[in-house]
Design a protein around this ligand. Sequence first.
Ligand code: MG
Length: 255
Amino acid sequence: MKIYRYKHNAKISSGVLKEDKLYPIQGSVFRKFQTAKKGIPVGDVILLPPVIPSKIIAIGLNYKDHAMERGRSLPEEPLIFLKPSSALVGPKDIIVYPSMTKRVDFEGELAVIIKKKSSRLRPDDQTDDFILGYSCFNDVTARDLQNKDVQFTRAKSFDTFAAVGPCIATDIDPSRLRIKTFLNGKLKQSGNTRNLIFPVPFLVRFVSNIMTLNPGDIITTGTPAGIGPMVPGDRVDVQIEGIGTLSNKVMKIWD
Ligand code: MG
């Protein structure tokens, strides 16, 4: 099932895609729900970020090939950082190139969407019940500021630096999904989630032992090799098997 969030006639809803129509969800996406009988053509809606998280937890250096290209040794535990929910944008939204940086990179990633409150999960806890589904994520990064600052906050937190979408795909196995990033249609990153150093269930349990995860929270699982810069005018597409394609353009807003 693919769940989209959208605006139609000034009303925001979530709906399930069947063929080319969205069937509005009655109730909460985080509980058992039914859908309306009548669908809305996808072409008639504006797609929004599929979820509004209270926080976005990002994992650094979670693919060996990316750790190598950054000249870093492999982490013994997941390296985590936060991105603010104010940075969130959805499919087709603009990624704004800030004037404070001279290098803005794409990082295509698999995002996990939390379904229910998760706290202090134990090593033998199954995580499937705590996960609503998966989406594509672009962990946009001001690379020069990341290298300059002691920590990641500024580099990872500019408005529009957390692109997510186009939907939440449920019922897919996150352990072997092809993930690709294209810049202006040219393939730049090509990976597979089977190469994650710390796989999805491990990450959910790990993070839940640091902070309580709320419904809608996002854990983005790290990027494979092939990261690179974007410039104003570029289009970046993150494509994951079983989910779809998240597409955003980069623009500079002159100040
Ligand atoms: Mg990243």
